[in-house]
Structures are given as C-alpha cells and as structure tokens.
Design a protein around this ligand. Structure first.
Ligand code: ASP
Length: 584
C-alpha cells in the first residue's frame, strides 16, 4: 500500500492516527534542529515534520537533503500543529515522520510549481507535465472532467447513445483545410482527419440510431487565430424524427443542466434572436447580451445634412456608452485611435457627449444642431451622462467595427462579468455566404444544411437571401454550439451540391455514400455540435481554452513538449511512396 490517505484529507479528527502518504516535495524549511516539508499530491498539501528530538540523525539528514519535486513516501503519526494554518484545509495537523522513503529524485524544475509561477507560457508548455502539477491547470482539467461527466449523464439519461466514428476518413467540407494522412497500403492515396463527424452522424440516423452523441476530437488545418487549436473537441449530437424545436429544447436542456450542476446557476428559457436582428443590433452573430449598448442605425437622422462622410456611407450606426460623458478629451482621442487600429479598421469616429443638463456636444457640431443630436440620443438610447460613438461605412465592415468597440468598452466598463451567464439562440442563418476570394457562394454552415421551407426556389434568383434551418447557441459573446436541420432527400441534396458549384460527378465522387444512403430511407434529422473546449473555458470563467486542454498546441500548431510536427525517416517516406518537395 503506497498510501493510506491523500495529502488533502487529514484533519484534527485524525490526530494520533498512523498514516502513510506519498507525493511530491513542494518545499521545505530547514531550521537545523527542525525540518518542515510540504508534501503535495493531487488532493492538497500536508505538512511533514522532522525534529532532532524525535527523528533519527540519518533521517534528519535525509530530510534536509530533500529537493523540490522529489517523490517520497512517508509513514508517521498525525499530530496537532503548534501554530495552525487556517488557510490550509490540512492546517490543523502535521505528520511526525517515522519512516521516509525517497521514491524518486527530481531535478530542480525549470519554473516554480506554484499557483503564481515564474514560468512563461512557452516554458510551461515544454514541461506541461510539471505545469499540470500546478493548481490552476490541475483544477481546470478536473473541471473539464466534471463537465464531460455531466454531459454524458444528461444525454444518456435522455436516451442518447454515444457512438464512436472513425478518424481516418475522406474529407468532409466544413470550410477549413483538412489534415491528411498518407495510406501505406493504398499507394498515393490519403485519408483526411475529420473536421467533424458530420456525415457519419447523419449515416447513423439513416442507420436508425435516432439519438446520437459523441465527445470527439475534430481536426482543422487553419491558421490559428489567438485562441484556436488545430485539434479540438466537440460534443457532437444528432437526432432523427425531430423538428428544429425539438433540437433547441434538447440542447437548451443540456446547457441548462451544465449551468446548474457545474456552476450552480439557474437560467430562464434562452432567448432567441434572428441572425438578421443580431447583425443589426450587435453587428455580430454571437452577441454578448450580458449588457445592452445595442446599435442604433442613424441613417434616417444623420444623412440629411452636409456631412459627406455620413451622406456617402451605406450605414451610419452608433452606440451609447453608459456614463461615457465623463471621458476626457484625451480618453476619447485614445478611443478614436483604438478604432483606427488595423485590427479594427475604422477610418474615424464621430462622438456626441450627452450632458447632464440635457444638452449635447458633438464632434460634428458644425453640421448637426441640438434637435438632430437629440434624435441620435433617442435612436441609440443615450441618457444624460452618456457618450454616443458613431461609425459609418460599408454595412458589414462598419458593423464589425462597432461590434469590436462595443465589446472593448464593455470590457473596460466591467460589464462582462464571467460569473454572469447569458445564453441565447441565434436563428435562421443565411444558407450561403459569398466568398470574395473565390467569387462563389459557400455553404455558411455546411452543404448538408436544409434551406427554410419554401425558399429553395429563391436559390435561383437571390441565393444570398435564402435562410437556413440553422442555429447557433451563444454564451457570453461566444459561439458555443451550432447546427442545423439537414437535407434528407437525394434530390434536394443534389440541388444543393449543384448550387455550391459541384458537378454531379464531383458530388458523386465526394459524397456518393451519403446520396446513396439517402436512397434507402433516410429519416428527417438534424443536430448540432458544441465546442467543448470553449464551453468548458466559459463555464470555468476563463477566456483561454488552453488551460483546459491537457496538452495544447501553440499558435504555430506545434506541440513544443514532444516537438511535433517533425520530419520522418526516409524509410517511412519510401514506405508511403512519398517524395518531399520542400520550399526551403
Ligand atoms: N458538424 C457541424 C460543425 O462542426 C455541427 C453540426 O451541424 O451538427 O460545425
């Protein structure tokens, strides 16, 4: 028996018990005649004591030589501490050690294994196994476990079956680049790693599985924006014989369950918002509704004067910043610089102070009188004491810019409290999205998403206007899940591929298996997938997903611990019939 107890569980009630503990040396304090050692394991820290009077000379010496992160086992008696530490769960007791076994020595770790460590991100990633010993990372992994357990509990109770689907597949087009794996046995051919199990879960519905879920790795070879990972985890779900309403209810139920069980938070029925409204009111398809600051479109009240910047703009739109009139001129200038940064890209910003006495003072007073500005205030909902910020330009661009400003200001105003949870559904996404680069329409969600009933015809005349039975679940300004009701008949699916620019031959080559399956009695079906990493991070009140992933990759897609990706031997290349043609 390596241990009778763990390092987090001994209390005053255990005094006079003989125990065996094992763990790592967190730190030791050597006063010469007495040595204290903090012993750490996953469960906590227990103080060990060795002293001249009660400890043999040899053991005293051994204790004095213990280094940080040595792995030891001790036997001893639980005694009351002379000076108790109320900040530690085990702070009432210590172990008077009678036997010390050094199980393994350790080199001095490259950073301190403390909650606040001196190790930078890259160093901690290189020695991730040491990082995992630290409470913040350890607790995040335990938290993630709790979330996944609750997901499994809830969905199993609701009759969902967890089914694994293959990782070595053929490409599924979900908008990103595939990771590919060469096949040795099939010379010159490649598997793709799934961007998601999308087609497989649909085939499971054809197979009659009815309610499926899987906590599953997905792979997308994208340039990694700040907080993305090339491999990430989804809670992937699909249901048959359902309508959109059933899906929304099922997964609202799951989300509510998680908020309750994991965070102890009860939330009302999730609000629903049309995609078009989200874009109009928040400039964003994943609005953070923990706070207001909704957009007010000002074209009607700002385009009748000689201010050409506004007159020539497709959209003039503003937000009211609560209490913003208290900003100094310098602070406002900084804000203007902020929106002009390339990451935001606005050309400038017009502002209007709403004075406490009900008057207005704007940066464009030359063009607008008090009555005009009162209308701006009305449209943006500004009150005396607020500041109205106005941007103008091409609709899509200006919405994205004002959305960025809204989020930034809310952050500065402390309106984005991580302990407040504001979920909502965004409904009726467009089916297609225009891609400037390829000058073609792409499926906004994926090509298996069904158009709204009766809108198929519109595909011919105004493809961009067609709405889909597609929905996203948004939590605190993050998309945590998304899905759709699928096409389940061969004709509509063929039509979709056609509109997306696939020839019938290409469609057959890529998706023949799905079209075939649709000929053998495919039930109506739909589903969604949650991004587990992000969901866990938000529930855990954190911004970054990395801390919730045991072995994450860096922004270049590298695992700096195992040093991957890495070249392979010539022998392996030959076996795979591959020849490198390197650019550098
Ligand atoms: N496969 C989709 C995705 O990864 C989710 C879904 O439609 O169920 O976004």
């Amino acid at each position: 028996m390596y241990r009778s107890h763990n390092c987090g569980e001994l209390r005053a009630s255990h005094i006079n018990t003989e125990v065996t503990l094992a763990g790592w040396v967190q730190k030791s304090r050597d006063k010469g005649f007495i040595v204290w050692v903090d012993l750490r394991d996953r469960y906590g820290i227990t103080q060990l004591v060795f002293d001249e009077e009660r400890t043999s000379k040899d053991m005293m010496k051994q204790a004095q030589d213990l280094g940080r992160e040595f792995v030891i086992q001790v036997k001893g008696n639980v005694i009351e501490r002379a000076s108790k530490n109320p900040n530690m769960p085990t702070g009432d007791i210590e172990i008077l050690v009678s036997e010390l076994n050094i199980l393994n020595e350790a080199q001095l770790p490259p950073f301190t294994i403390e909650d606040d460590t001196d190790g930078g991100e890259e160093l901690r990633m290189k020695y991730r196994y040491l990082d995992i010993r630290r409470n913040p990372v350890k607790n995040s992994l335990i938290f993630r476990h709790k979330v996944t357990q609750e997901v499994r509990n809830y969905l199993s109770k609701e009759g969902f079956i967890e089914v694994e689907t293959p990782y070595l597949i053929k490409s599924t087009p979900e908008g990103a680049r595939d990771f590919v794996v060469p096949s040795r046995m099939n010379e010159g051919q490649f598997y793709a790693l799934p961007q998601s199990p999308q087609t497989f879960k649909q085939l499971l519905m054809v197979g009659g599985m009815d309610k499926y879920f899987q906590i599953v790795k997905c792979f997308r070879d994208e340039d990694l924006r700040a907080d993305r990972q090339p491999e990430f985890t989804q809670i992937d779900c699909e249901m048959a014989f359902i309508e959109q309403e059933d899906i929304l209810n099922a997964f609202e139920g799951l989300t509510r369950h998680l908020l309750k069980e994991v965070n102890g938070v009860e939330v009302e029925k999730f609000p629903r918002m049309l995609y078009d409204d989200a874009m109009r009111l928040y400039g964003n398809d994943k609005p953070d509704i923990r706070f207001g600051m909704e957009f007010g479109e000002l074209n009607a009240v700002a385009q009748h004067k000689d201010f050409n910047v506004f007159n020539s703009a497709e959209l003039v739109v503003g937000i009211s910043v609560p209490g913003g009139n208290s900003y100094t001129r310098k602070e406002i200038d900084k804000l203007i610089d902020w929106v002009k940064r390339p990451q935001v890209g606005a050309l400038g910003m017009v502002y209007c102070r709403c004075n406490d006495d009900g008057t207005y003072k704007s940066s464009v007073d030359k063009f607008y009188d008090q009555d005009d500005l009162a209308k701006w205030a009305e449209v943006t909902g500004a009150k005396p004491g607020d500041l109205i910020c106005v941007l103008s330009g091409a609709t899509n661009k200006v919405r994205a810019q004002l959305s960025a400003l809204r989020m930034e200001l809310a952050e500065r105003l402390g309106l984005r409290d991580p302990k407040t949870f504001a979920p909502l559904w965004i409904m009726d996404f467009p089916l297609l999205e225009w891609d400037e680069d390829t000058e073609r329409y792409h499926a906004m969600h994926h090509p298996f998403t069904s158009p709204k009933p009766g809108q198929i015809e519109l595909l011919k005349t105004d493809p961009g206007a067609v709405k889909a039975n597609a929905y996203d679940l948004v939590l605190n300004g993050n998309e945590i899940g998304g899905g759709s009701i699928r096409i389940h008949d061969k004709e509509t699916q063929a039509l979709m591929f056609d509109y997306l620019g696939f020839t019938p031959e290409e469609a057959k080559a890529q998706f023949g298996f799905l079209m075939d399956a649709f000929q053998y009695g495919a039930p109506p079906h739909g589903g969604l997938a949650f991004g587990l990493d992000r969901l866990v991070a938000i529930l855990g009140g954190q911004e970054t997903i990395r801390d919730f992933i045991a072995f994450p990759k860096n922004n270049n897609g590298r695992d700096v611990m195992i040093d991957a990706p890495a070249p392979i031997d010539q022998e392996q290349l030959t076996e795979l019939s591959l020849k490198l043609n390197l650019k550098s």
